[in-house]
Design a protein around this ligand. Sequence first.
Ligand code: NAG
Ligand code: NAG
Ligand code: NAG
Ligand code: NAG
Ligand code: NAG
Ligand code: NAG
Ligand code: NAG
Length: 310
Amino acid sequence: MNMASPHFFLLQLLLTFFFLSLAFGATLPEDEVQALKDIGEILGKKDWDFSVDPCSGERNWTSQTKVRGTENTVTCDCSFENATICHVTNILLKVQNLRGTLPVALVRLPYLQEIDLSRNYLNGTIPLEWGLLNLVRISLSANRLTGSIPPELGNISTLQSLTLEFNQLSGNLPGELGNLPNIQRLLLTSNNFTGELPATFARLTTLQEVRLGDNNFSGSIPDFIQSWTSLQKLVIQGTGLSGPIPSGISLLESLTDLYVWRISDIEGSDYFPFPQLNNLANLEILILRSCNINGTIPEYLGTMSNLQTL
Ligand SMILES: *[C@@H]1O[C@H](CO)[C@@H](O)[C@H](O)[C@H]1NC(C)=O
Ligand SMILES: *[C@@H]1O[C@H](CO)[C@@H](O)[C@H](O)[C@H]1NC(C)=O
Ligand SMILES: *[C@@H]1O[C@H](CO)[C@@H](O)[C@H](O)[C@H]1NC(C)=O
Ligand SMILES: *[C@@H]1O[C@H](CO)[C@@H](O)[C@H](O)[C@H]1NC(C)=O
Ligand SMILES: *[C@@H]1O[C@H](CO)[C@@H](O)[C@H](O)[C@H]1NC(C)=O
Ligand SMILES: *[C@@H]1O[C@H](CO)[C@@H](O)[C@H](O)[C@H]1NC(C)=O
Ligand SMILES: *[C@@H]1O[C@H](CO)[C@@H](O)[C@H](O)[C@H]1NC(C)=O
């Protein structure tokens, strides 16, 4: 190629652009940067430094100390438009002393998959607008949240994990949560939820872990939990639900941990026979404490070779 030809000039120009874009890296579009500014303000996150790109991982956009349980990280996927454009995919702000509320502005991050705001001092309610996001994980444990779970969360068909433990949430669980086709973890311990478990929950066959303890539910432990065939861990501890433990529980062959403590109505004189657990060969932990069980302990427990805690 002639070095003076227009083709060579063009090639040089293209190469310059290519290396420039590599040097600057992919960036977050302005509308998502603005969304993060608004989100930071509502949450009370004061140390995000917008003089660098939020997807750069520099400054306080990624925690320097990698202590598990205290993650402080914004993560992006920068593979868009030939790796020139980023989108925010994960926001983890655990134990950051945040004292604000949950931002509606989250919906302006359309590629967001994970929001984890565990162990802060956030108050107020869960925004119903979050139902518009394609979230995979929501974790809001150990805050000061009030109000009930918005039915709109039942529209998040991508949702695998909903963790709301240790708040002051109340009201009935919305039947719409029974529409979540991919839900694996439903952790609701230590709130003030009331009412019966919705019958639509019978459809949640993908559930692997359910924790309901320390709430104010009513009605009995539903028979439909036998349809949660992927279930590995079940904790029913002081829920307000009454006995007996449904015999269908014996169909849950994946179950490793069954933790039932204090079924309600034990003030009454109702006693229940030992629940039928003979098919649960994978059981590692079995706790049936203060459940008003009378009669004899079945012999088959002695043949459960995986059982570590009884
Ligand atoms: C990171 O945040 C802390 C406060 O949490 C602040 O003192 C520090 O200056 C910030 N560092 C940068 C590089 O912005
Ligand atoms: C990405 O790069 C390929 C070739 O490198 C090009 O054909 C395509 O048009 C580019 N797409 C965009 C969105 O820039
Ligand atoms: C949230 O807490 C602040 C004080 O930190 C208080 O002023 C506000 O009223 C609270 N909001 C709700 C909804 O409880
Ligand atoms: C769920 O989404 C559908 C449309 O996909 C909408 O019609 C419906 O109102 C939404 N439900 C809730 C509770 O937001
Ligand atoms: C729980 O809800 C009941 C009403 O349903 C209310 O009387 C009680 O104060 C609440 N408890 C807490 C700890 O919020
Ligand atoms: C549980 O709910 C009942 C009403 O359904 C209420 O009387 C009681 O105070 C609640 N208990 C707690 C601990 O909030
Ligand atoms: C268990 O208690 C029930 C009453 O709730 C009683 O009818 C039954 O005989 C008791 N069973 C045994 C083995 O004590």
